[in-house]
Design a protein around this ligand. Structure first.
Ligand SMILES: [Fe+2]
Length: 423
């Protein structure tokens, strides 16, 4: 059944969307957690390395001797060559710069950092250690600000360094994050695969009841449509045929299954209001008088009264209410024109007249296919929507051959197939 397939499809697509959303959300959380962990790891490394520079050099920070200042620069240069710091600056307690050393190749980064610092109101001359993570040209750097104290905890100056996260550490970071993301994606996928049969089995009874309910609804639809057909005809054939024609035309127009379902309901019940028309008018073999015809026209309103309050039949109202409207606005009861007439009613109007012309009625023999086509063509743009009629012409020959001569059993079988496909 179409609905069961659609439940499977919807469940799979929703689980898939759920999988993607959870993977992205969990992946993002893991990414930031790992980034924090990596930050801590790099901070520790940077802290150890900066501490070793400071311990060696603190004696030269106070000294005003130019030779000491030069020596400080020289030692800082050696540290830069051996370690991971690529820029180091040392300030005395009065925030005066005592030494600055840049590794080769870090000039651009230094300019970038200075451009950022220019925008800041104050520098980081505080009593606390401060770290800043910096992304520059696809690399991670850690800027460290460390206040320097002597052994008696007296402030003697400040250290500022830029720590470069080397390629090996970067590769490790990428590997850790990728692995964590992969774990998340696989775990969520496995959960989704396990959940699918569980959800389906939980829904099995629900699906079964809903299929039974749907079949019962369609059965009532057929019974009600049949009851109406029986009033002015010996068989259900007209109802069956117009429903099949309407579905085939809607299919040729490329309409979705929801619209086709509503067309099936509307086709079955299009003349439901004829129940309210008295026999002497409904079954009159002669031409109706003007007054009788105006009573006959009211069957569309009676039809809406009968089905209009039923929620499941709401989408059949378009066909029931407007199937006698004409494209040029000369139809009844609302005299709607062109595309103001609902699409389903414009479709149905064509197949209803096609069937009326090609089948036997108490007052006439069936018209030939050629004569029927001629009459329809004459009403192109006046009674019928010209575009829909053109599509109908492309399938009418097949429909005439396959359906118009079929007996009730053949028609019922064809209709059952269509109902199973769309409901
Ligand atoms: Fe009608």
């Amino acid at each position: 059944m179409y609905k069961v397939k659609s439940i499977h499809k919807r469940l799979i697509s929703r689980l898939f969307i759920g999988w993607i959303v959870i993977s992205i959300a969990a992946g993002t959380i893991v990414f930031f957690i790992k980034l924090e962990e990596i930050d801590d790891f790099v901070k520790k490394l940077a802290s150890v390395e900066s501490r070793s520079i400071i311990d060696d050099e603190q004696v030269y920070i106070y000294s005003s001797d130019p030779q000491d200042k030069e020596y400080l620069t020289q030692i800082l240069t050696e540290h830069i060559e051996k370690g991971h710091f690529i820029i180091v600056e040392v300030y005395d307690k009065n925030k005066e710069k005592r030494a600055e050393v840049l590794s080769p190749g870090s000039v651009k980064l230094d300019e970038y950092l200075k451009s950022i610092e220019m925008k800041k109101v104050t520098r980081h001359f505080t009593d606390e250690v401060i770290y800043n993570r910096i992304y520059f040209e696809k690399r991670i750097y850690l800027q460290v600000f460390v206040p320097l104290f002597d052994d008696s905890s007296k402030l003697i100056g400040y250290f500022e360094g830029v720590y470069h996260v080397d390629d090996n550490t970067m590769d490790d970071i990428k590997r850790i994050i990728l692995f964590a993301l992969l774990q998340i994606v696989v775990a969520v996928l496995a959960t989704t695969i396990i959940l699918y049969p569980i959800i389906m089995s939980m829904n099995k009874d629900l699906i079964k009841y809903s299929i039974e309910l749907s079949e019962a609804n369609v059965g009532i639809l057929e019974a009600l449509g049949g009851a109406i057909a029986k009033r002015d005809s010996d068989t259900h054939s007209h109802n069956y045929r117009v429903t099949i024609y309407a579905v085939r035309l809607a299919d040729a127009l490329g309409l979705d299954s929801e619209t086709i379902c509503s067309l099936i309901k509307g086709s079955f019940l299009h003349d439901a209001g004829k129940i309210a028309i008295s026999d002497n008018i409904l079954l009159k073999p002669d031409k109706l008088t003007e007054e009788e015809f105006s009573i006959m026209k009211t069957h569309v309103k009676h039809g809406v009264d009968i089905i209009g309050k039923n929620a499941w039949l709401q989408d059949a109202v378009d066909v029931v209410h407007y199937h006698h409207e004409k494209y040029d606005g000369t139809g009844y009861m609302s005299a709607l024109k062109g595309h103001d007439i609902p699409l389903r009613a414009r479709i149905f109007a064509i197949v209803d007249v096609f069937d009326a012309l090609t089948s036997k009625r108490p007052y006439k023999e069936p018209f030939s296919y050629e004569k029927t086509m001629e009459i329809l063509k004459q009403s192109r743009g006046s009674h019928f929507d010209p575009e829909i009629l053109d599509v109908f012409f492309s399938i009418s020959n097949d429909l005439y051959g396959e359906i118009s001569k079929g007996d009730d059993a053949v028609l019922m079988h064809t209709l059952d197939r269509l109902i199973n496909k769309y409901f």
